[in-house]
Design a protein around this ligand. Structure first.
Ligand code: AHR
Length: 660
């Protein structure tokens, strides 16, 4: 009898404990009283031409060194001919810098004898990705010398040397003309090459040897890689920041990013070496240059295409302080300030202004409606604020409606950061850019970072962040699930502080699997395929579930900032009439949770839940296994205003509950 009693008590205790465990945590969401607006700009994109993000990446040009302007003019080309022979057909590089300073070099081929020939093979950016049945648009600018009779045979070569597409051009004139021809492709190959064979007699000059896939984004000629732009659009970005990053600054001032040299005809844009070319000894990329085929006009257009606010960052008269740290004397800063003013005119000015007219000529008479401009990237110290003051005054005087973004330097909590915070009190900058490249633990610990920020001060642009699981700039960092989970936890803190945090973006954005310098990165790609990292999915889950109003989300009367390993925030979406809860379970066990929606509203009984998680914190996605870790959709039952859920171990869950 005693034993039976013991068993009965045990069974009851088991159920009581289990019931208690199942609903051990209760999260209350105050739906009727939103506490702040979520800015439409909240979750956005940071773009920089690092890791072959532009040339060799988003910009779909397949010919590397198309205008022979690389330091070594034949880099990327394998050219027949014998430079030491007086009789053989030959290739030479000419320089017409006085006539054409923006694009001074061009190639010349002299064919020796009748029916001679010379081959030039371009290797592309770690090869050229081509697809069966796709069309490739070849173009070249050329002029015949005297009475030369020359044609070109253009061939796509597979990685094994097989011909997989060809076309030819008969050159007609001594004038510089553009010749274009389309090439069909019979085979998919990740590492194809382009062969250009000149045949005939005499001499030809040529420049801008170019090959683009026809299936670019929106099928624009000379456009962007469609799969990569689609990945950006799928983030539902509120803004698009460009062109960086340190690339804005340049390693020295001559190599700073100058937007005016990146607009107008592509052949007139002045190419420069990419600052990431030799930045890291462990990842040297000597063939990394900036053609600016993807220039400021294209950045604005891209922002518009993906529904994001354009956020250009411009040089403030300072080169990268990690490199030369050159500064422009204050009395020579005027052209830099004028560049900023002219940029606003280029983006927004009417077509009767100088720069508005150029925008219209390039195809966009309407204003781009640019609202933000960033002054400097990661600058620090008094030199920055002396220069910033001049920019701020000039921009506010001419364009008071434009919101200026300032910066607190490269680190989130050092003496430079605190100095900048103090200085910023003297300025009107409405938004300030903070960067955090820190360990995953830092991200978990800093979910409360903005809880006690001054509510009467500037707003925050979390302009670059990414968890680093080895250390900043280490080539061994990975896009692990642990990093992504820590970013998700941190992002609940950004969202919870949406009254001060107005803009956020992960960085860097893109990386070519064979051409990268920095990792982790949000999206990886080769010449045909692209890959979403776990970090990408976290960004996407926040971006597509941004909502319009912040809701108080508490357990035991406190914000969820990691107590018991749980982080949470929630929003109301006035457009879709949904409560959207984001919750991170940073435990290796399931976390059983009750969500109570405190509201006079009624909700439909079926909610949706998207979960991304893995018990393997080191897990990454790869091009071979892109689905190792991806979001999964589930149905969830809503009883009245209550939802009971088991949160998966090490997961981010996004629960959307629709009003009835
Ligand atoms: O995102 C890579 C680099 O990190 C950026 O160029 C720079 O702003 C930061 O230091």
């Amino acid at each position: 009898m005693k034993n039976k009693l013991k068993i009965a008590v045990g069974v009851i205790l088991f159920f009581v404990t289990a019931t208690f465990q199942i609903y051990s945590q209760s999260i209350k969401i105050d739906v009727d009283k939103p506490t702040a607006k979520i800015q439409p700009s909240m979750w956005g994109i940071f773009f920089e031409d690092i890791n072959f993000a532009a040339d060799g990446g988003l910009y779909a040009e397949m010919v590397k060194n198309r205008s022979f302007e690389f330091t070594k003019p034949d880099m990327g080309w394998e050219i027949d001919g014998d430079a030491f022979s007086l009789n053989a057909s030959s290739f030479i590089v000419s320089n017409r810098s006085s006539q054409n300073p923006q694009n001074p070099r061009y190639g010349s081929v002299k064919l020796s004898g009748d029916n001679a020939g010379l081959n030039m093979i371009n290797e592309g950016f770690r090869g050229m990705g081509v697809k069966e049945n796709n069309t490739y648009n070849f173009s070249i600018i050329a002029s015949l010398v005297d009475d030369a009779k020359i044609k070109a045979i253009i061939t796509l070569l597979s990685s094994s040397g097989e011909e997989i597409g060809n076309a030819s051009i008969d050159f007609k004139s001594k004038d510089w003309n553009k010749y274009e021809v389309s090439i069909g492709c019979s085979k998919t190959d990740l590492k194809a090459k382009l062969k250009l064979r000149f045949e005939g007699s005499g001499e030809i000059n040529f420049d801008m040897v170019s090959l683009f896939p026809a299936d670019t984004w929106k099928n624009r000629k000379g456009g962007l890689r469609a799969d990569l732009v689609q990945k950006l659009a799928d983030l539902n970005p509120g803004f698009f920041r460009f062109p960086g990053g340190c690339i804005v600054e340049g390693r020295d001032l001559t190599k700073r990013y100058q937007w005016k040299t990146t607009v107008g005809d592509v052949e007139d844009r002045t190419m420069i070496v990419n600052r990431w070319n030799t930045q890291f000894d462990h990842r040297l990329t000597p063939d990394y240059f900036q053609t600016f085929g993807l220039g400021f006009y294209e950045y604005f257009l891209l922002s518009e295409d993906i529904g994001a606010e354009p956020v250009p960052i411009i040089n403030c008269g300072m080169a990268c302080q990690f490199n030369t740290a050159e500064v422009v004397p204050l009395d020579e800063l005027e052209p830099y300030v004028q560049d900023a003013l002219d940029l606003i005119e280029f983006a927004n000015g009417t077509t009767d202004t100088k720069w508005g007219k150029l925008r219209a000529e390039m195809g966009h008479p309407e204003s781009f409606g640019m609202e933000y401009i960033g002054i400097g990237n990661e600058q620090w110290g008094p030199q920055y604020f002396e220069r910033y003051a001049i920019f701020e005054q000039a921009i506010m005087a001419k364009y008071p409606e434009v919101k200026i973004i300032s910066t607190t330097g490269p680190f989130p909590d050092d003496n430079l950061f605190h100095y900048a915070k103090g200085e910023l009190k003297n300025f009107s900058a409405p938004i300030v850019d903070e960067h955090y490249y820190r360990s995953p633990q830092w991200f978990f610990d800093n979910a409360t970072r903005y809880d006690n920020y001054d509510r009467n001060s500037y707003k925050i642009f979390a302009g670059e962040y990414a968890a680093q699981n080895v250390e900043v700039c280490s080539p061994d960092n990975t896009n692990s699930w642990h990093c992504a989970l820590s970013e998700a936890a941190f992002m609940t803190g950004l969202e919870r502080n949406a009254d001060v945090v107005y803009m956020c973006s992960y960085a860097p954005l893109f990386a070519h699997v064979e051409g990268w310098q920095w990792r982790p990165d949000l999206i990886w790609f080769d010449n045909l395929n692209s890959l979403a990292t776990p970090n990408y999915y976290v960004q996407q889950l926040f971006g597509v579930n941004a909502g319009t109003d912040l809701l108080s989300t508490k357990a035991d009367g406190k914000d969820l900032t990691g107590q018991g390993g749980v982080f949470a925030s929630s929003v109301w979406d006035a457009n879709t009439k949904e409560v959207i809860i984001k919750v991170v379970n940073n435990n290796k066990e399931v976390k059983s949770t009750v969500f109570e929606l405190n509201s006079s509203k009624k909700f439909i009984s079926k909610a949706t839940m998207t979960v991304i998680g893995s018990e393997d914190l080191d897990l990454i996605n790869t091009l071979e296994k892109p689905d190792n870790i991806v979001p999964v959709n589930k149905g969830v039952k809503v009883s009245g205003n209550t939802i009971k859920l088991d949160l998966d171990p090490y997961s981010l869950s996004v629960i959307s509950v629709k009003q009835r």
